[in-house]
Design a protein around this ligand. Structure first.
Ligand code: AN7
Length: 350
């Protein structure tokens, strides 16, 4: 069952809202005992890479597209660092309306670009960063009367609250820490709203600390000023002027959380750790929280024994280029058993 049906009572649906669905949501909350042991905490990863377009964006997009159809929209427009465009293009294809996506030229991971093109969106590469593309997309949506499906669209964040509801249902309460990557700052705000709502409904007994992690080269919420030229290997969060900055600051302040930044090197090393000791392949942006936890642990700022949920926002398969820069090549052999056995014996290959 998709999110609109599953959470109909908690979402702003009317009799006229079409029940759009790609069977999004209901993603696994994966225990990560080997990684957790290293950090001295009880650790889970909410693997949003299992959504139909491979990222958390589907949670909000399904509602935004349903409401756009309800309002009679003829086309969708968005700017994106990649995942929003893949999600918008997927739902546009499923419901049969055109989709226009604006991407920062040359700065979108290959898998995401392939998705938007395969789903049939019109893909427009803008000479400029995401923040510039977003400004253009907003103006274009206004001018053409098309539905704007970036997170400035309130239905996006509303749908994304569902991630918090699922975590609370799985753990029977909120975790101690909620660790999440922050780019345009919508998701952290949506999760906080979701947790607060479940607390108000008395489905949970407490609220988590909201721990937001940014890449050092694109960390406006850590430095407290817009970053004019954001740069990071985690292209999904290469954003200098977050639209939901105020909501995100409130979430962190009200929850007693923090914003922290991590270097690209720390992000990539966390990506390998998560894959090699967790069995979960998440894209670089999604690994900023784990990089941050490692750093907090190293500086004695990670309380031991707490329950930590990381939001693994996107699938690692979206950015094979970045992954391949970090790993070795396959071991090549001829076709003989001897060559194979030389490799298979313990210690045969480093
Ligand atoms: C994998 O697709 O902004 O803080 O245009 O793709 O809610 O922006 C993506 C953001 C984290 C940051 N992880 O979430 C876009 C876009 C992944 C992402 C974020 C994004 P927000």
């Amino acid at each position: 069952m998709g999110l609109l049906a599953r959470y109909a009572q908690l979402l702003p649906l009317t009799a006229a809202t079409p029940m759009v669905s790609l069977e999004e949501g209901n993603t696994p909350l994966i225990p990560l005992p080997r990684v957790g042991r290293e950090l001295g905490v009880e650790l889970w990863g909410k693997f949003e890479g299992c959504n139909p377009s491979g990222s958390f964006k589907d949670r909000g997009m399904v509602l935004a597209v349903a409401k756009a159809l309800e309002a009679g929209a003829r086309a969708l427009v968005c700017a994106s660092t990649g995942n929003t465009s893949a999600s918008a293009a997927a739902y546009a294809a499923a419901v049969g309306i055109p989709c226009f996506v604006l991407l920062p030229a040359g700065k979108v991971a290959l898998g995401k670009l392939a998705q938007a093109l395969m789903y049939g969106a019109t893909v427009i590469a803008v000479k400029g960063n995401f923040d510039k593309a977003l400004e253009l997309a907003r103006q274009a949506a206004d001018t053409c009367g098309y539905a704007m499906v970036n997170s400035v669209n309130p239905y996006r964040l509303w749908g994304q609250r569902s991630g918090a509801w699922e975590i609370c249902e799985a753990l029977k309460d909120a975790p101690d820490w909620h660790a999440i990557p922050v780019g345009n700052a919508g998701n952290i705000s949506a999760y906080w709203a979701g947790y607060r709502e479940y607390r108000r409904l008395e489905h949970i007994s407490r609220l988590p600390r909201m721990m937001g992690f940014q890449a050092e080269g694109a960390a406006p919420l850590v430095t407290n000023e817009p970053c004019p030229n954001p740069e990071t290997v985690a292209t999904a969060i290469r954003i200098g002027n977050p639209v939901s900055a105020e909501l995100a600051r409130a979430a962190v302040a009200e929850s007693g959380g923090e914003f922290n930044s991590v270097t690209d090197e720390e992000i990539l090393s966390a990506q390998r750790l998560l894959a090699a000791k967790g069995g979960v392949f998440a894209e670089p942006a999604s690994c900023a929280p784990l990089a941050g936890l490692c750093k907090l642990k190293a500086t004695n700022r990670l309380p031991s024994g707490i329950k930590v949920v990381m939001i693994l926002t996107g699938n690692g398969l979206k950015d094979p280029d970045t992954a391949m820069t970090q790993v070795g090549r396959p071991v090549e052999i001829g076709d003989s058993l001897d060559e194979l056995l030389a490799i298979l014996k313990p210690g045969g290959v480093s």
